[in-house]
Write a protein that binds this ligand. Structure first.
Ligand code: ADP
Length: 201
């Protein structure tokens, strides 16, 4: 991805399934910005209303310190005027207000990077991610490795029967799958309605 530095800010999205290296890619971009002595602030979704110190941690144990927030609008209070790069991890968990907030920050001349799952365990679009991808200047789609066959994997397979959209967990709860081995649950938009299947013979 080649970024042309202009006077205005911009939005970058890093998306894909679990295990696709979104956090690693985010940490890489942040480390490079820090080497370039850019002023960076890092946020991640947290489930309570305090501003907890937290870290972005990848499955390969790379990490960078940040702040956990539950309301995306709080970023506007927490970001310093002098900050040049604002990073947000777990973008899928925030409300659609993330669209307004990220565009405001970019309009102020800041580089904004959001990492997040583009699809949930059903293969349905996840939270504000699709809309964010539309308003971003740069979108990087990452793929993982399918745990069934080793091909590139675009989907996150949930290994348990839970039906809530958000079930926090990693290796024991989810695995990456390619489209051949992804088994979408009934609620998935990717499932053909029975009537359509019948009509098609
Ligand atoms: P994400 O943020 O997209 O969930 P991470 O950046 O946290 O991904 O982790 C990526 C790392 O996960 C890889 O570098 C690799 O070490 C590990 N990993 C475990 N399972 C897989 C998989 N199925 N495909 C690719 N990487 C995997």
């Amino acid at each position: 991805m080649q970024i042309i530095n202009g006077k205005s800010g911009w939005i970058e999205i890093i998306c894909g399934p679990m295990f696709s290296g979104k956090s690693e890619e985010l940490i890489k971009r942040l480390r490079r910005a820090q080497i370039a002595k850019r002023r960076v602030q890092i946020f991640k979704h947290g489930s309570d209303s305090r501003y907890d110190a937290t870290s972005i941690v990848s499955h390969s144990q790379m990490s960078l310190p940040g702040v956990a927030i539950s309301d995306i609008n709080d970023i506007l209070k927490l970001v310093d005027d002098r900050t040049e790069l604002v990073a947000i991890d777990e973008g899928q968990f925030f409300t659609d207000d993330i669209l307004v907030v990220t565009n405001k920050l970019a309009n102020q001349g800041k580089r904004v990077i959001v990492a997040g799952l583009d699809m949930d365990y059903m293969g349905n679009p996840f939270g504000p991610m699709p809309k964010l991808m539309c308003s971003a200047e740069y979108v990087s789609k990452q793929l993982a490795i399918c745990m069934s066959c080793g091909d590139p994997a675009n989907f996150t397979q949930r290994l348990t029967q839970a039906t809530e959209q958000v079930v926090v967990g990693a290796d024991e709860t989810y695995e990456a799958r390619c489209r051949l081995h992804f088994e979408p649950p009934e609620e998935s938009l990717l499932q053909k309605p029975e009537s359509a299947e019948k009509a098609n013979g």
